[in-house]
Ligand binder design. Sequence first.
Ligand SMILES: *Cc1c(COP(=O)(O)O)cnc(C)c1O
Length: 430
Amino acid sequence: MDKKTDTKSKMYFGAAKLRIPGGVNSPVRAFGAVGRTPRFMVSAKGDRITDVDGNEMIDYVCSWGPGILGHADPRVIEKVKEACDMGLTFGAPTPREVEIAELIAELVPSMEVSRLVSSGTEAVMSAIRCARGYTKRDKIIKFKGCYHGHSDGLLVKAGSAALTTSVPDSAGVPADYTKHTLVAAYNDKESVKELFQANPDEIAAVIVEPVAANMGVVLPEDDFLPFLREITEAYGALLIFDEVITGFRLSLGGAQQYFHVTPDLTTLGKIVGGGMPVGAYGGREDIMRMISPDGPVYQAGTLSGNPIATAAGIETLKILKNDPAIYKRLEEKTKKLADAVRNAAGDKVSVNQIGSLMSIFFTPGGVKNYEDAVRSDLNAYAQYFGFMLDHDIYMAPSQFEAMFVSDAHTDEDITRTCRLLQECMENMHE
Ligand SMILES: *Cc1c(COP(=O)(O)O)cnc(C)c1O
């Protein structure tokens, strides 16, 4: 096997750091948590991604979720090329915006009315504004370890006592912007109950990742989501499912279909754009009629509903809709990877897997919330990441990110990955 290098990636990273903060346009890409040089990519096809030095790797990042069909699916690329020839942006309504709104409502029936934006961050920010406008209340509840984009009001961490006001989790966010964001613990019903009891008429919405995938993958316990549905109804608050990752991934109808719990509002991103920058938020018609120009809640976007982006999104959703067996295939492949790790590492690690989402936590005893996740041995994670990268397997460069499997992952590549995972886990024992 000829040993390739990361010489050119190192060169680009050096140049990038001079002109781009940290050398990257989104922090996790910097590989800071795993002590390696980020690979600069040039192309990707199917389940493979290729860097500037010519290393071809099996990719389990899949652009953090959009790539459910794998990279550069020819059916999607063809639609994008067709759309490009017709013009890149009009700033006016287009037929494809109607088509994708109808498709979203068909596949995710709770999204009776929806609005397109250009990122998950925007979708969440707008859904929360909508919930506040509708309920005429200011406070929201989010969960520790759940990520909902980088808008000011959501970059919070809990205060020192459970019921105190949250504090900003980023410099540049005024405390005044986060004082309405209350933080509960994932899978902890009591923590939610206490916040409602302390603020009975003030909570506009509870926002949750129905499967948490931004502290690593953490599954909701059986009664957690039904409980959130009940308590929000009891207190006249809305329930928002942030399905930016789970939407069209856990099932065609997302986590809400998978768990049979229907939120009032849903946010989408990642897969809905088929690899282009798209986000969407939507829900019950009476709530969504709050949005301008139907209602008083303002929200807008120059490139919202972009013709190229909607072409990619529509084709991706149609492929998923016409091939329902895809979810079974994804689950089987991902389960193979999970079982390989469980068999090799035993209870030294905690493997969380659901559908095509998976995380290997380097901590024993299971992970069901943020506190469990942060007990992980980050040095062990870095060692695992480095081993896999050196064998041309591109895994999430952080313990607290999900691993994504796509329909393009071949049985052969899954088998090869299983073998390497096993080898890695066994070596780490010693
Ligand atoms: C990625 C993500 C977001 C933010 O989406 P961007 O497109 O990165 O702005 C929001 N919520 C969840 C659950 C996400 O995973």
